[in-house]
Every structure is written in C-alpha cells, then in structure tokens.
Design a binder for this molecule. Structure first.
Ligand code: GLA
Length: 386
C-alpha cells in the first residue's frame, strides 16, 4: 500500500508529507513486573504502526486510521486537552500531544496524521504504545524537539496513565522507543538502566500465538492487579525497608510475606517477586547460550501468571498447555497484560509447521475457534522512512 497516496486521498495534496514507522513489541519474560520495580525482557518487532504526517498552518488536529475507516477523519484542536470518547483511537495521539506539551514540548501548529497499523488489535503486542511512541517521534521530527527515546517512552506512558486511564508501566513504550533488531532489552524498571542482549537463538524461532480473544475487561482488571500489588507493598513496608516489590528476592519474600494481610495480595506479590528473579536468571541463561533453561523459566512464568496472578484465562492456558506438549517447543508462556491476547513460545525451526498445526487443532477443539500464528522478526525503534 502507498501510504502517501492514501494520505492525499484523505487529507488532500500539498505541503511536505513525511512518513514514519514504530514497531510493536513482544515480551519474552518479566510480566507484570514493570510497575513493581522489577525487570522486563521485551524486544521490538517488525510489525508496528506506519504514519504519514503534515504540518498545518492553524491549530487544528486531524487524524485518520486506515484500520478504522468507518470512524472517518477525527478532528480536534491543540487547545482541547480533554479525553473525548467520541474521538475514538485519536485519543492516543491526542494524549501524547497534550502530555508532550505538559512536559514543555509544545506543538506550535496543528497536524494531519494518517495511521496504518499491522499489529492485530487487542493482541497484547502493544498497538497502543506503538501509536503513542510513533506520535512522540513525529512531534520530535516535525517540531525539532530535543528529546531522546527514553523521554519519548515516558511521555507515551504518561499519556496512557493520565489521559487514557490505564495505569501501565514503562515496558511497552520503552521496548518500542528503544528497540534494536536482533536484541532484547533487559530493563530494570526501577532505575531505567538497560542493556541490549543479543538474541542468539541458533535455529530457534520466536513463535507468537494469538488467542484471537478480545481483551474486553482487561484494562480494569489490570488496574485492579496493580492496586493489589500496592496493597501488598504497603503491608511489607511495615516490616522491611523496601521501595518496591522488585527490592525483594525469594528468601526475603518467604521471610516477610506473613505481613501481607490479604491472601489475594500475597499471591500477587509472590508472582511479582519471583517473576522478577526469573527474568534476571533467564537473561543470564540467554547470555550463557542456555536456551533450555530460558525455556524452563518461561514455563514457570506462565504457571505463576496462571496460579498467583490469575491473568491467563482458558484461551491462553489452552494455547500454552498445548505448546508444552509439542516436541521442539523449548518454552511457552502468555505475553503482555493477559486476559486474552498472545502467548509466545521458543520453537526449533524444523518443528514449526507441526507445532502450529497441532497447537491450532488442540486450541480449536477446546475453545471453538482458531488461533493465529506469527513467526516474530525483531526490529528497530521508531524512524522516519520517507
Ligand atoms: C501491559 C502494560 C505493561 C506491562 C504488561 C504486563 O502490556 O502496558 O506496562 O505491565 O502489561 O507485563
């Protein structure tokens, strides 16, 4: 598809039209740790969001998405800083523009932006963070703002938290803004220190398996999990001096977990603490070339998300449990927020066709419809492409 032609069709010709891309992301391990001061280990993908943008002479903002043509052109202005339900998907870019302005990066003129995303919606591969980081990048390029990828990621996260109302951590925006092909990012979310770890997989592929279940209530459950972790942290802080759950290791947790009054909050915190330690160990295993160990830790991660964090659900469990049965699968787990969306598996290349076929059939038998599979290609962060 020629995006510039589409842009002219929707917004008319004239002026300088620039073209951009930002990736989606898949998290290999470290789930629901990023708002608990723990580590995550995501990588950027080659699927993502494309956009064409042009500066205007006035203060009007116009957005159009080729993914939601029925919504038409959504129009607002730089001076309207409120979330508006009727403005649909454009609340994501609007949130970024408003947040950037609050941070001192004030757009002087309006914009026309056309988006086209190749990330399946509600897949847990971060289509919303992709559009946020992309918009931040467009602002930076169009108005010459002097901010780096980390600030762009922070603006995106703040837009999601304060404008959209999802209390997400920094993982998605960071993975997208800072992504680098053939690597995963080992990120300490408490300090934002990070390292690029080469994905040396030797004939092993990253297989993404989409439940095709729409996430529905996901956002409210997400905020609820976050609140439960905060409650556990407050209880723990009465007996030990920690700033986040990520400050505890397994022994520390066993020692102090009695102080957590609610059983539910205890389980949520147990996941956050153990998942953080698993992520550190998994990264070490990858650095040592020990993929088997990495795979075992992925499996443990899923079990903990199923039992303690309770964010998997029948669809993700069906996919992951079917994958565990297959020869050639080194490890499998849900990825992203959960409650639907995608799972991720490490699979030896020669087994891929059989794995997809068998998992697909087992899933269909149990759930009643088909999953979708993608072999992940890692990619770079946002860029101008035309
Ligand atoms: C969503 C959020 C992230 C992270 C994951 C769970 O993707 O946006 O910040 O919390 O869920 O690991």
């Amino acid at each position: 598809m020629n995006l510039k032609e589409e842009f002219v069709r929707v917004f008319g010709a004239g002026g300088e039209i620039r073209e951009y891309f930002a990736p989606g992301r898949v998290n290999l391990i470290g789930e629901h740790t990023d708002y608990n001061g723990g580590h995550v280990f995501p990588c950027a993908l080659t699927i993502g969001t494309y956009a064409c943008a042009r500066r205007r002479d006035d203060r009007i903002l116009r957005f159009y998405s080729l993914n939601f043509p029925e919504a038409g052109v959504l129009e607002s202005t730089l001076d309207d800083r409120e979330y508006r339900k009727e403005l649909g998907f454009s609340n994501y870019p609007r949130g970024v523009i408003v947040t950037a302005a609050e941070e001192g990066y004030e757009a002087e003129q309006g914009l026309d932006i056309l988006y086209y995303g190749t990330i399946p919606n509600s897949s847990g591969l971060s289509s919303s963070a992709s559009i946020e980081v992309l918009t931040g990048y467009i602002l930076k390029d169009m108005f010459g703002f002097d901010f780096d990828g980390i600030i762009n990621a922070k603006i995106g996260q703040k837009a999601e938290n304060s404008f959209i109302g999802v209390n997400c951590g920094i993982m998605d925006q960071f993975a997208i803004a800072m992504g680098r092909k053939d690597t995963a990012i080992f990120l300490n979310t408490a300090t934002l220190r990070y390292q690029y770890v080469p994905l040396v997989l030797n004939g092993v592929k990253i297989l993404i398996m989409n439940t095709n279940k729409k996430r529905g209530l996901g956002d409210s459950k997400y905020n609820e999990r976050r609140a439960e972790c905060e409650e556990a942290l407050r209880d723990l802080q009465r007996v030990t001096d920690i700033a986040t759950l990520g400050d505890l290791d397994e022994e520390g947790f066993v020692l102090f977990s009695d102080s957590i009054r609610s059983q539910t909050c205890m389980k949520r915190a147990r996941h956050a603490v153990f998942e953080n330690r698993r992520t550190i160990r998994a990264t070490e295993a990858l650095r040592d070339g020990d993929l088997e160990q990495f795979g075992r830790l992925m499996n443990e991660s899923h079990i903990s998300l199923r039992r303690d964090y309770e964010v998997t659900g029948p669809e993700l469990d069906a996919l992951v449990e079917a994958a565990w049965e297959q020869e050639g699968v080194i490890g499998a787990r849900m990825t992203g927020a959960g409650f639907g969306g995608c799972a991720v598996a490490l699979v030896r290349e020669q087994y891929l066709p059989v794995v997809m076929d068998s998992v697909g059939r087992a899933y269909h038998d149990k759930i009643g419809y088909d999953p979708t599979f993608y072999i992940a290609q890692t990619g770079d962060g946002p860029s101008r492409i035309g």
